[in-house]
Design a protein around this ligand. Structure first.
Ligand SMILES: Nc1ncnc2c1ncn2[C@@H]1O[C@H](COP(=O)(O)OP(=O)(O)OP(=O)(O)O)[C@@H](O)[C@H]1O
Length: 305
């Protein structure tokens, strides 16, 4: 078991009379990729802004590497690098000047500037003013700024928003690569396939609360009907024979049957199917993060209705 790099304990944020983050506690381990999911206004960015010390929490504790995080705490700021949801840049500076500005602020060697420009594919645009950049290019320069210090903890708020598919894939590759080299990643996202691809663990927020937390595989194991096996047969298959030999719920479709089982029953179900010599095709669909997200939030809305 690795030590947590981030500890969030009973954290709240209240704006006026509205509690937008409600008593959240969670730890993020060294070396993991942790994703925060949730609908618009769920409180993800607010939690991330408190984690980065950009805004003051109303109560609770946050520490990174054992150092308390709060606005204007230089020690805490040195522990991580942050890509905000919206980048505020000086529009009259070029890409190279922008990076140099941020590098100088943090005493970062100049060689890192060219390296990160290369990573985000902006080397050919280094002399262009960032004010003239497209949305995606602005996001890429923001990512380059976050990569400059080579921090052991990267906090990214919707890192691929505004990117075209090519650059979204490139960003994911960079994130995976950095993680393989030991960087801990915390990111918020709306893109469930991206989260499923990248994250070891997810936290799902709804109306300021953390309504689910866990390893994606465990969340899948807890979901109902984790695995659906679609089977089609050559010729006509007797339904009674099928239900006799298979002890799983079976749904009859036009030219196929859908078996529902748990993740742990999958192999057993496939073995049982082997006894049918007239199988034409088998398709397996495992529950996705999207299914889990939908199930959790639907249950929650039904509870609050
Ligand atoms: N400065 C502020 N003053 C008042 N309310 C705020 C402020 N910042 C955020 N909120 C409110 O807090 C709630 C959570 O907002 P937040 O931006 O954290 O959500 P989010 O999950 O990041 O949403 P999105 O996915 O749309 O970015 C929203 O109801 C928002 O209106």
């Amino acid at each position: 078991m690795t030590d947590p790099i981030v500890c969030i304990t009973n954290v709240k944020k209240i704006y006026g009379k509205k509690e937008v983050v409600k008593n959240i506690s969670l730890s993020i381990n060294q070396g993991e990729i942790f994703a925060l999911l949730g609908h618009n206004g769920a409180g993800k960015s607010t939690l991330i802004k408190m984690l980065t010390g950009l805004i003051q929490k109303s109560s609770g504790q946050i520490s990174i590497n054992g150092i308390d995080v709060a606005p204007f705490q230089k020690n805490a700021k040195q522990q991580f690098s942050y890509l905000p949801e919206i980048m505020a840049l000086y529009p009259h500076l070029t890409a190279k000047e922008t990076l140099h500005f941020f590098a100088e602020l943090q005493n970062i060697p100049e060689k890192n500037e060219d390296e990160v420009l290369e990573i985000v594919g902006l080397s050919d645009y280094k002399n262009q003013k960032v004010g003239d950049f497209s949305k995606g290019m602005t996001q890429r320069i923001g990512f380059a700024i976050a990569l400059l210090p080579k921090s052991p903890l990267l906090i990214l708020d919707e890192p691929t928003s505004g990117l075209d598919p090519f650059w979204a894939i490139q960003f994911k590759k960079v994130i995976k690569h950095l993680n393989e080299e030991g960087t801990t990643i915390v990111f918020a996202s709306h893109i469930l396939s991206e989260v499923e691809d990248l994250a070891d663990r997810v936290g799902i927020m709804s109306d300021g609360e953390l309504v689910a937390l866990g390893n994606i595989q465990d969340l899948k194991r807890n979901a109902k009907d984790e695995v659906k096996i679609k089977v089609s047969f050559k010729g006509i298959q007797d339904v009674a024979e099928l239900t006799n030999k298979l002890s799983y719920p079976i749904e009859v479709q036009k030219d196929s049957y859908i078996l529902s089982c748990t993740y742990d029953e999958k192999l057993e179900a496939l073995k049982a199917l082997q006894s049918f010599e007239n199988i034409k095709d088998i398709e397996i669909k495992e529950v996705t993060l999207e299914d889990i997200y939908h199930e959790i939030l639907t249950k929650r809305y039904a509870m609050n209705a």
